[in-house]
Design a protein around this ligand. Sequence first.
Ligand code: PMP
Length: 472
Amino acid sequence: MHGRTHESRMLADPDAALAADAWRMRDLAVLWHPCTQMREHPDVLPLVPVARGEGAWLVGQDGRRYLDGISSWWTNLHGHAEPRIAEAIARQARSLEQVILAGFSHAPAVELAERLLAVAPRQPGREPLAKVFYADNGSAGVEVALKMAFHWFRNRGEPQRTRFVALENGYHGETLGALAVGDIPLYRRTYAPLLAEALFAPSPDAWLAAPGETPAQRALRAADALADLFDRHPGEICAVIVEPRLQCAGGMRMHDPVYLRRVRELCDANGAFLVADEIATGFGRTGTLFAFEQAGVMPDLMCVSKGLTGGFLPLAAVLATQAIYDGFLDDSRERAFLHSHSYTGNPLACAAALASLDIFESDGVLERNRATAARMARLAAPLASLPHVAEVRQAGMVVAFELTRDGQRDVPFDPALRIGLRAYRAALERGVLLRPLGDVLYWMPPYCVDEAQLQLLAEATGEAIEEATACA
Ligand code: PMP
């Protein structure tokens, strides 16, 4: 395993290294990268041209290999360039690549909707999710769900129900509607004048538990605050949106599922919809196919994307109850749901999603993940004793390391130190792609990750933490 780390540090081929440098210049001449202060390229922030993907590996143009510790922004499930998904897309491309979904239909869209509804979270005594509306990325899926909730009440003659409740520290994407229900300070500060005013409820995040408080107690206290919010805004709230079990962009913060049960009750008691944003948590990330299952309750609207296609193509789906769907049936065009992205239900993306669902079944992915998650727990445990690691937490296939200055909860690092960026560079040098969220490092590898790769991940993470925090 040491050999593997060493191998990734070497340049396989000096000519290829030169070619990769030329590529970097060509890139920076024309590309504007997401989530990046472009001024930092390439000196502060390395730019890695990737030639191909192979299972859990990304292979650079210079021959270096990088273990994809974050599944390429949480999208990849079964490994890069997974041949069965690649083949399904190729097959579909040869017969129908795209067709308007208004007035027309196609087999992959229908089959995928049937299969998603069959595996969606259920709750005894409730009508299951019954209809699927497609969108083309996670943020668009969130926009669809929010618009549906609002429009449903408008159709019903309750136009005063215009408010959304979202959780503090939540994230739902970066289009304006999705940003309005997000609470990542940088985005909120920057775009505040453009954003619809949502109501924010305290996060159930277990990290925020008071001394002596259990995660479940913390979650119930947050739910009490949500109950107060409902009381203060009677008849105004059309939906509550949550990232179940795991606030991802907010630093991989985890909460007890009891919170979701209480939110379900509160939404029912107050006549509001419950929207599950399973865009990052869906398809096995937190151990179950959907995180909501761990609470034994179901949402009224559920957004999925990212891993939906196994990480191959952008696609989102919003699953809705029959009651929501029925609220749009009328003689009037105005009462029909108004949302029409060109690529709605793209056949290639649906074919990829179907192939990914097949792999879940044929490879027993959820069961295999249980063993992989146990390995991750075992390898992560020793890192908890590093001086600046305040907490190691896990939800299924996600492990997070919270770094603080004092190694406890009380003294965070000065953000100016950019501990996360230091750790990112240190891990990259060791052939591992980690992309910390602030001072939180995390593992969210493709599900095909093996023991040796996990050992490399753990070794590189430990060294990256030590190197990054050495400045403190
Ligand atoms: N919701 C959640 C919970 C997410 O993690 C993300 C993406 N990080 C989104 C929504 C937005 O998805 P996309 O980036 O595809 O727009």
